[in-house]
Design a protein around this ligand. Structure first.
Ligand code: ADP
Ligand code: ZN
Length: 766
């Protein structure tokens, strides 16, 4: 990497190791002498052996004689320059230790082990020119039929490739493979011995190829043959724009269109263009678990399923996919936010679908916003990034030039649902005027509306973003609430499971009939509704109806979700009672009514994004109604129908909402008009926490363009067994907030029992 030291005749290089440490470290190059930046190595680290990435020449801060040596150079192509730069920039932006980011990239250590198993593939040799026995002739005929056309190169790309020969071959130009012994035996009814004999006699050729199945090639030429949708003028315009953008460097586009307006169909055009140009595509989706319908759409469009990357994919599959992505042999990857850190070698396009979803924000270890980091990666890779949503985030709205700030993104709009399906009619039910009966949660107008749907054979969805039976259990005699021992929070009653659960730390206990505080018997009362309690009310009010619960407790796996969605689509359910899981992009053709049980719920917290989040969630869930020919209705139960969020929702005026919200944030200097960072301090010991806070307070920076709020005890002051406090740093847009935090926090030595986390652009304020 750099010139060898004249004394030791050794070269050294700098390595970022895959463990959460902030520095990069010098090592003697050893086997990595000629390694370039991005090469993958294993190194000794303390008493461990870790994977790492060669970052460049040695830093030289440790004398050569004290350095340990790289152990192995991994036989895989190096990471791209853009990816290495991305790692550095993500670490700098999020202020996470670079090793933690490296760990996310090298998330599949198994991918670096021995190359995949080799399988023997048999090929016919042209014109052997000898007389053959019947069974041998049979085999030759069979091979001849299987392996044409054939060149020596065909199978080479299937095998393990050498690190210096990354495949730039898009999968669609790959051709036929050889035949396994098993296939030959099955087809010709001969034993392995016959094949072995032929191999020895030089009558067949044998190749060793990787046992890992390549992802199937995309049929990107489908558009020229199979019938597809005929685009509307708006769709055509957007699709044209996106196709044009492929191959022309970085740009970000906001694709804004109501649910069902054809956004997916439109961005598939860009996917096709990129794949046809021999590039890889990354598609990020928020709730991958529920994307069976999405997968089906993709498969119908491109002939094969995409490579998937999320928590439900097995480690074995991930190991394979990781290598294929690095080797440039996986064309399209669809995944959750962690897919953003895959080692693409010829990335050509990034799509972030449902870009407004808060699930893109990772809240632990490396705290990052995948949508923002996707734009960063697109910039470094010099490829276009498409952000799609029916309810764009305020950030993207502002970046698309919709407010006082100049546009940085292209803006593409699909204003209409296809087939002129109408958007649902949204109304409020004022609970002050028509409250439900005591101990019930559905107000009379909503009950009537459900009744009407049942009569008409149509489906209803009751939406309440609260899992379990009741959010609070208290003693009717003394008023004591059942709380979590590890957190400042209530234990949520889950009657189906027969448990009380803390939704913050997962602590569980058995519900008791006795009050732990005063000892009273049979006085424990459930307060407030969760979806399970609504189900009880539905059973009481509509005993004949078929209802089903949709929450992560009842529908926990992708398979279960798929089955659930199918049963709803097949009309086996009259009433769905669901949490936010029900708000996502499902298409329920017979659903014509959405009842929001508590439209005020999300607004109560009042954090920076409470209004935005509520608006997005309620418009998403309302959008579930009336997606086909029958018109849909959404009813919002509220105690405050005059709340501006609800007023905009009811008026169907999303842009008015965004304008209001933007104005309010601008006036307060809040993101995206200003910058925000949270510093969270936690310790099992309260005194240590306060000691740390005093230190932080004493050193706080003072600048005109920066305000520091706090420290204050966090809204959840005790979480998972730790006391917590927060500081909030606000700065004007032009300020480098990371720089300020580095200067301030870099000099502070915290006791080992105190942990500090920095959250740049926080979404959670707990
Ligand atoms: P979105 O992603 O905006 O929700 P989709 O792309 O999923 O919208 O489109 C909704 C449905 O309409 C899909 O079934 C899609 O195949 C269909 N569709 C989209 N555009 C057209 C069109 N121009 N003609 C007919 N069907 C279309
Ligand atoms: Zn807890």
């Amino acid at each position: 990497m750099n010139d060898p030291d004249p004394m030791t005749q050794q070269a050294a290089l700098a390595v970022a190791v895959a463990t959460p440490v902030a520095g990069i470290y010098d090592y003697l190059a050893g086997p990595a002498l000629d390694a370039s930046r991005g090469s993958l190595v294993t190194v000794p680290f303390g008493r461990r052996h870790l994977l790492g990435i060669v970052m460049g020449p040695a830093l030289g801060d440790v004398p050569m004689t004290k350095l340990r040596a790289v152990e192995t150079l991994v036989k895989l192509p190096p990471l791209s320059d853009a990816l290495v730069l991305f790692i550095e920039r993500v670490a700098a932006w999020t202020m996470a230790p670079i090793g933690a980011v490296v760990k996310m990239v090298l998330s599949q250590p198994a991918a670096f082990g021995r190359p995949p198993q080799q399988k023997r593939y048999y090929y016919k040799i042209p014109e052997a020119g000898v007389r053959l026995t019947v069974s041998r002739q049979k085999i030759i005929d069979y091979l001849a039929a299987q392996t044409l056309p054939q060149t020596p190169d065909d199978h080479k790309i299937l095998g393990e490739i050498s690190p210096d020969a990354p495949s730039n071959t898009p999968s669609h130009v790959r051709s036929a493979t050889g035949v396994t012994a098993a296939a030959v035996s099955a087809a010709c009814g001969v034993s392995q011995a016959v094949l072995n004999g032929m191999e020895d006699a030089g009558l067949v050729r044998v190749e060793l190829v990787s046992a890992d199945q390549l992802p199937p090639a995309l049929r990107h030429d489908l558009s020229h043959g199979a019938p597809r949708v005929t685009f509307t003028a708006d769709q055509q315009k957007a699709a044209f724009h996106l196709r044009q953008a492929v191959g022309k460097g970085f740009r970000a586009c906001l694709l804004d269109g109501v649910t069902g307006s054809g956004k997916t169909e439109v961005y598939f055009e860009a996917v096709e263009a990129a794949v046809a140009a021999g590039q890889q595509v990354l598609i990020l989706l928020p709730e991958i678990a529920l994307s069976a319908a999405w997968r089906a759409r993709f498969t119908a469009r491109f002939g094969v399923p995409p490579v998937e990357w999320h928590s439900d994919i097995s480690p074995a599959q991930k190991r394979k996919s990781w290598r294929f992505v690095l080797q440039g042999r996986a064309d399209v990857v669809v995944g959750a936010r962690s897919a953003l850190f895959l080692p693409f070698s010829r990335l050509g396009l990034i799509i972030v679908d449902e870009e407004h979803e808060h699930a893109f924000k990772q809240e632990d270890q490396v705290i990052y916003q995948a949508r923002d980091m996707a734009v960063l990666r697109g910039r470094l890779e010099q490829v276009p990034v498409v952000l799609a949503s029916a309810t764009p985030s305020l950030e993207s709205w502002v970046n698309a030039g919709k407010t006082v700030l100049p546009a940085r993104y292209d803006y593409l709009q699909l204003p209409k649902r296809v087939h002129n399906a109408r958007l649902p009619d949204i109304t409020a039910i004022d609970l002050r005027q028509t409250p439900p009966e005591r101990g019930r949660w559905l107000a009379p107008p909503l009950v009537e509306a459900i009744e009407a749907r049942l009569q008409a054979g149509e489906q209803s969805l009751l939406f309440l973003n609260r899992r379990g039976y009741a959010p609070l259990t208290l003693c009717g005699a003394c008023g004591t609430k059942v709380t979590c021992p590890n957190c400042d929070s209530w234990m949520v009653a889950h009657r189906l499971a027969g448990r009380l659960r803390c939704h913050h730390c997962g602590h569980e206990s058995r519900p008791s009939n006795d009050c732990k505080a005063c000892g009273a018997n049979d006085q424990m009362q459930a307060c407030g509704p969760g979806v399970e309690r609504l189900a009880e009310e539905v059973l009481f009010r509509f005993p004949e109806s078929r209802f089903a619960l949709l929450s992560s407790d009842t529908v926990g796996t992708p398979k279960a979700a798929e089955a659930f969605i199918r049963s709803v689509s097949d009309g086996e359910v009259d009433i769905i009672i669901g949490t936010q899981m029900a708000a996502k992009g499902h298409h329920f053709p017979h659903l014509t009514l959405v009842g929001v049980v508590d439209a005020d719920l999300g607004l109560a917290g009042g954090d920076l994004r409470a209004a935005e989040r509520t608006f997005q969630m309620l418009s998403q869930v309302a959008g579930r109604a009336g997606r086909e020919s029958r018109p849909g209705a959404a009813m919002l139960q509220t105690l405050e129908p005059e709340n501006p969020v609800l007023v905009s929702l009811i008026a169907g005026d999303r842009d008015a909402f965004l304008a209001q919200e933007a104005a309010a944030r601008n006036a307060a200097g809040m993101p995206p008009f200003g910058r925000l960072a949270a510093v969270i301090i936690a310790s099992p010991y309260e005194d240590r926490l306060h000691q740390a806070l005093r230190q932080l307070g004493a050193n706080r920076p003072q600048f005109d363009a920066v305000q520091i709020y706090g420290p204050a005890i966090a809204p959840i002051g005790f979480l998972k067994g730790k006391h917590r406090a927060r500081l909030l740093v606000r700065a004007d847009k032009g300020v480098n907030i990371q720089h300020i935090l580095n200067d301030w926090l870099g000099v502070i030595k915290l006791p080992s029992s105190v942990r500090m986390q920095i959250d740049i652009d926080p979404y959670s304020f707990l």
